[in-house]
Design a protein around this ligand. Structure first.
Ligand code: FMN
Ligand code: SF4
Length: 470
């Protein structure tokens, strides 16, 4: 299948040697958008951002211009935080932007800080991204030396101090409020919302927090004009998007696509589809947190609303393809173990639910489970969704729930096969099932109460991994 030609906005010059230096970036028109923006009033810049329809590229898809406009006016200290934690499994687009075109990100940050009236900025870089943080450090030194960052930038009256902060490697620190706590030097645990960061964020001050890709798009919008940018893509999902494609495809990598193209064009056209002789079994359209979709969903347009209507989400734009050589149990276990490990442990449904889900999946693998365990596991996922302080719990429950719903037969076969290997016949199965029925009822009750509960036949559940933040 031929790939659709997409206007390259973020990746246009990405393979230009030396693009990470100010000299090459400027030769390519870099920092012209900042000069233009500083000739405009902050309100005019905000209007362009709103007109562009740009939705956040970090996961939640909230309108960027609108979020920037929520910051109160006035002389108090305001903050801009760039979320460069990029830890969602399957996502590696921000890494490429930071590493290859760091000045584009810096330019976007300075423009956005001007629009929002923020004069203190931070880039929170994922702990494992040492190289990218080094590249950003060098670029920031160049930008400071050229007067793009600092006091009274080009005589505009706008000043911005900017700090690059290295995290310590915790997925939860990508959640915006956990990130803010981590930046303040505390353990990275999510905060209760409201208040939202726009009103009360870093050090209790108004804070605009955006993803790397979102902010790197800002200079493009100023260069093109918001309305022209909005002509790309589809209604509700304007512009281009970086997608990271991984898993069972022939050409994994980052691709820039126009939002709204059929997903099939990405999976087959750009990434080459699964290896020869293999078929797509299922795919995650937006990172491991997204409910899985099936091969027949590959014709769904790749945009926020269409993927939502199809029962999943665009998330961070990470497509993970699973081919028919992979048992669904392996996929489910990988996903559940990740979220169990990364749960911060602050709220019960997530801490216990992720732990319990892993244990039940392991029971299936070891031949200790009965079909009843599937019902319990599905019910646990339902009781996690919407009942946690942040969406990390949902991020496990949604894909696991979707796998149970879409691959029930395969899970049942796993259960039967593993039991047969242990020499447990049907009679034993029904005995265990009877026992499980009682346990299921108590499981429902406990899950509904949001309390910790052990899987049937288990001793009291060990507490979920308490993963601290930076
Ligand atoms: C558990 C969890 C992890 C997250 N990780 C990231 C991340 O690594 N990078 C990111 O930009 N957003 C991440 N987010 C989303 C942020 O909370 C926030 O919505 C985003 O940074 C806002 O930027 P945007 O509007 O530009 O997308 C995460 C959210 C959750 C719940
Ligand atoms: S949902 Fe999980 S990660 Fe989020 S606050 Fe609760 S325990 Fe922590």
């Amino acid at each position: 299948m031929a790939a659709t030609a997409t206007p390259k906005l973020l990746l246009a010059d990405i393979d230009e040697p030396g693009l990470h230096t100010r000299e090459v970036y400027e030769r390519r028109g870099g920092y012209d958008s900042l000069r233009a923006a500083l000739q405009m009033s902050p309100e005019e810049v905000l209007r362009e951002l709103e007109a562009s329809g740009l939705r956040g590229r970090g996961g939640a898809g909230f309108a960027m211009g609108k979020k920037a406009s929520f910051l109160p006016k006035g002389a108090m200290d305001k903050y801009l935080v760039c979320n460069a934690d990029e830890s969602e499994p399957g996502t590696f687009k921000d890494r490429e932007l930071m590493q290859k075109t760091p000045h584009m990100l810096l330019e976007g940050i300075v423009i956005a800080s001007y629009a929002a009236g923020a004069n203190r900025g931070f880039i929170y870089v994922r702990g494992e991204y040492d190289l990218q943080a080094d590249v950003l450090d060098a670029a920031l030194a160049e930008a400071r030396a050229a007067g793009y960052v600092g006091e009274d930038i080009f005589g505009s009256g706008h000043s911005l101090s900017l700090v690059i902060h290295r995290g310590a490697g915790a997925y939860i620190c990508g959640e915006e409020t956990a990130l803010l706590d981590s930046l303040e030097g505390k353990r990275g645990n999510p905060r209760l919302k409201p208040p939202f960061p726009a009103n009360q964020g870093l050090y209790q001050g108004p804070t605009l927090i955006n993803n790397v890709e979102t902010l790197a798009t800002v200079p493009v919008i100023i260069r093109m004009g918001g309305e022209e940018y909005a002509e790309l893509g589809v209604e509700g999902s304007t512009g281009t998007k970086l997608v990271s494609v991984s898993g069972h495809v022939r050409r994994p990598g980052n691709y820039e696509i126009e939002l709204g193209i059929p997903s099939r064009e990405i999976v087959y056209g750009l990434a080459g589809g699964p290896p020869e002789g293999r078929e797509v079994k299922c795919w995650f359209p937006g990172g491991s947190s997204a409910p899985v979709l099936m091969p027949e969903d590959l014709d769904v347009p790749y945009d926020f609303d269409s993927l939502g209507k199809a029962g999943s989400m665009l998330g961070s734009g990470a497509i993970i393809v699973i081919d028919d050589s992979t048992p669904i149990l392996d996929v489910a276990l990988k996903v559940a173990k990740f979220y169990r490990h990364e749960s911060c442990g602050k709220c019960t449904p997530c801490r216990e639910g992720t732990n319990w889900t892993v244990k039940m999946l392991e029971r299936i693998e070891s031949g200790e489970a009965t079909p009843m365990d599937l019902e319990i596991m599905a019910s646990v996922q339902e009781h996690i969704i919407g009942n946690c302080l942040c969406v990390l719990g949902d991020a496990m429950a949604m894909p696991i729930g979707s796998m149970i719903a879409k691959f029930r037969d395969e899970f049942e076969s796993h259960i039967e096969d593993a039991r047969a290997k242990r020499g447990l016949g049907d009679a034993a199965a029904s005995e265990v099932a009877l026992g499980a029925q009682g346990a299921e009822e108590s499981g429902h009750r406990l899950a509904a109460q949001g309390t910790g509960a052990q899987a049937p036949g288990e001793h009291a559940g060990a507490p979920g991994t308490q993963k601290g933040g930076a």
